[in-house]
Design a protein around this ligand. Sequence first.
Ligand code: SF4
Length: 398
Amino acid sequence: MAESPARGVAYHPGRNGSAGRTRPHADAGLAHLITELQGHGLRVEVPLESRQGGAGPADAGMLWIDGFAATVPTSAEYVRASPYVLRAEDDGWGVYRDGERLASAEPFQRPRYYDLSTADGVPYWQIALLHLDSLASTVIQTCAYWGNSDQCTFCGIGVTLANGRTIARKTPRMLAEVAVAAKELDGAVDATLTTGTTATPDKGALYVARCGQAVREAAGLPVEVQFEPPRDLAVIDQVRDLGINSVGIHVESFDPQVLARVAPAKARTGIDGYFRAWERAVAAFGEGQVSTYVILGMGEDPELTVAGCRRAIDIGVYPFVVPLRPTVGSLMEHMAAPSPEYCETIYRRVVPYLTARGLGAHGVAAGCARCQACSAMSLLEGSVQTDGRTYLPLLSDR
Ligand code: SF4
């Protein structure tokens, strides 16, 4: 476990940033509402800070709903049909459906450090963005699979680069400088660093870990780094030796047929290959400090999905289950997001198992599984009894 205090879902009573605050429990209605928003999206009547493109599943507006961090689709085409709208009120903002106010909302404020630049003129926001309270960067914004038959169909890593919203390669020094500013000016509580896959045996793991080391040493923030399973699993130990707190090694889907279709290169590693990497990583970083994205809505078999999540939990891996966000510019840009009912059903079959195993967002030192804003699953953690049963109805009437 890292030196940072244990934290759960980012809870935000003030400006961006939530370090050291205790998480209140979300109620059933809020968990359901956020699942709904992440499925249907939120129509916005105000400009909202958002993430578009980037590695992995992206496209998200960022805001706080009843004080809880959430990322929700705001710019995809299907969002225009969403029944949910973000509206200005006399004193703040609210989420509405059919004229009924469902929750208070606070759009994420533009971080102060976005106004700064490095000595050689690179704007800080092109180096790393603040995702609510987590500093996030794709340290190498190119991928060996981008633009060829191995490209992950949900990914938008090349989109951001083509739009000039970032630079191709961030150095450890740049990231350290930005991390200090993000912590001091905007209350960043951790750093989440990912990378496109490199055509080297370590797949980029060592470079992103060196970037993470620089951030930790300069800003004292806990760091998660994300990479594909390296050819030689000893690389994972080298990542730990650089002082990294948590790792994300993302299988994306536990359905082998879906994996072959959406991420051909990852499918060659194979699901068992991911389990071998995770076992090594859990031995290096500890239970709960290793996570994997599991994306819902790509045609996967729900039984294989739940079984895969539970098998991962059994070895101490946190499966971070998220709905697909069809990213503009990705090969899946015209797909629809999965239904909120489907996502909620999967969350409710995975979260009790996690809780029974003693794992939860509260124990994750850094990264996506710590932040939790892209999924509603951890909102259910507080509703699960220690015997692993949920006491919430399957669907609330909200
Ligand atoms: S490995 Fe896949 S998800 Fe990761 S950056 Fe490359 S194309 Fe995107």
